[in-house]
Design a protein. Sequence first.
Length: 227
Amino acid sequence: MLDTAKATAPVLILLGPPGAGKGTQARMLEDKFGLVQLSTGDLLRAAVAAGTEAGLAAKAVMEAGDLVSDEIVINILRDRLKDDDCAKGVILDGFPRTTVQAEALDVLLAESNQKINAAISLDVEDAAMVTRISGRYTCGGCGEGYHDEFKQPAVAGTCDKCGGTEMKRRADDNAETVASRLEAYHAQTAPLIAYYDGKSSLERIDAMGDINAIAGNLSAIVEKATA
C-alpha cells in the first residue's frame, strides 16, 4: 500500500556552485520547515557506518580509490528516504550533479509517487566565490557554518549553535582549487538548470546578498512548493 504521508513529502533541490551557500541555507530551511538536509557526503558516510548493503558496496569502491557509482548513491538515497524523519520532506544538497543523476532520481521518486517540488538555483558571481570560499569555516562539533567576513560567531571561536570551540577549515578552500571546482560545476551541474526549467520546477534566487534576505526568498519558494 502506498504510504500517503511519504507520497506527499516534498523533495527540494538546492543548486549552485561551491560557496553559493547551499549548506547554510539548507540548515535554515531545516529549522523553519522541519525538512531534512541530505548531502551526498553525509549519506555515504552514514551508510558505510551503518553497514547497509549499499553502504558496504560504497565502502569497497572508496577503499579501492574509485568513485562511487550513481547506482550505489541512488540505492543509499532510497534507503535514507524510508526513514521516519524524512516524512516532512527533504532538501537535497550536492545531488544530483548531472542530468543522468537527475533522471535516475526522477525514477527513484516515482517509486513512491513523489517528485521534485522545486529545484532552486542560488545564482552567484564566480569572481566573488574566491573570497566567499576562502573565508569559510565550520564548527567541528555540529557543522554550523561561519565566515571570516560574512558570518562570525557572537563569541569568537565559540559556536553559536552548540557552544563548541573546535573550528575547522577545508584544506581545498583556497583560490587555486576554487577555479577548477567552478569549472567542473559549470560543465556538469549547470545543465541541471535547463533540465529542471524544462520540467517547470526551476526557481532562481540572487544569492549574492544578505544571508537572511536570501533565506526569506527561499522560504517563500518553499512555502509555495509545499502548499
